[in-house]
Design a protein around this ligand. Structure first.
Ligand SMILES: CC(C)(COP(=O)(O)OP(=O)(O)OC[C@H]1O[C@@H](n2cnc3c(N)ncnc32)[C@H](O)[C@@H]1OP(=O)(O)O)[C@@H](O)C(=O)NCCC(=O)NCCS
Length: 169
């Protein structure tokens, strides 16, 4: 469990006092919030049914960022028990909360989880035209593996990125 005491943007405390933000594993009760956040995902979106399956799957881990009782971001990790390769399947932050380090916090949680499950590498696909996400991943140490043309429903290209994770097994 990752927990951070945060002040409001700009350094001023919210409501005259600090509030807690938590990165935690998603629970079935988060389903509606996960589906609502997915509206802000560019391109192919995960359905309610997909999230329900992911929440029950032994090879998936869904993480959420929660602040003041509100889920403002989520990340989905896929990691099969017999594989050393993990995949970041989805990452989204509510637009009202962009630029506050929420994606970075979720990414850290996902990397720790992948390492804890014995994975050595974390991979992902990102739209080639998604500049904010590319910057995030580049800054987090991901490297370009290859371009995949006609990857998304609208025929846009994807970039496959990867980074090593320090396995703790
Ligand atoms: C991409 C996304 C997840 C980033 O979330 P975020 O919480 O705003 O990102 P963070 O605040 O953690 O930013 C971490 C780093 O990412 C980069 N970054 C994030 N947003 C950026 C932007 N709009 N422009 C340039 N760089 C950006 C920066 O390097 C930033 O570090 P810095 O602030 O120290 O410079 C968010 O924009 C989003 O949800 N987009 C829609 C969904 C999506 O595209 N998901 C990724 C699919 S693979």
């Amino acid at each position: 469990m990752f927990r951070a005491e945060q002040s409001a943007p700009g350094g001023a405390p919210a409501h005259a006092e600090f509030y807690a933000a938590t990165v935690r594993r998603a629970a079935p009760a988060d389903l509606a919030a996960l589906v609502a956040l997915e509206r802000h995902f560019p391109g192919d979106r995960l359905s309610r049914q997909s999230f329900r399956r992911l929440l029950q799957s032994a090879s998936a881990e869904v993480w959420v960022y929660e602040e003041a009782g509100q889920v403002t971001g989520n990340a989905v990790l896929l990691c099969r028990s017999n594989s050393t390769q993990a995949r970041l399947y989805s990452l989204v932050v509510h637009p009202q909360h962009h630029g506050r380090g929420i994606a970075r916090a979720l990414l850290d949680a996902v990397e720790h989880t992948a390492a804890g499950r014995g994975c050595h590498r974390l991979s992902l696909e990102v739209r080639a035209d998604n500049a904010p996400a590319l910057r995030l991943y580049q800054k987090a140490g991901f490297q370009l593996i290859r371009q995949i043309t006609d990857y998304y429903e609208d025929h846009a290209s994807a970039l496959r990125l990867e980074k090593p994770v320090a396995s703790s097994k």
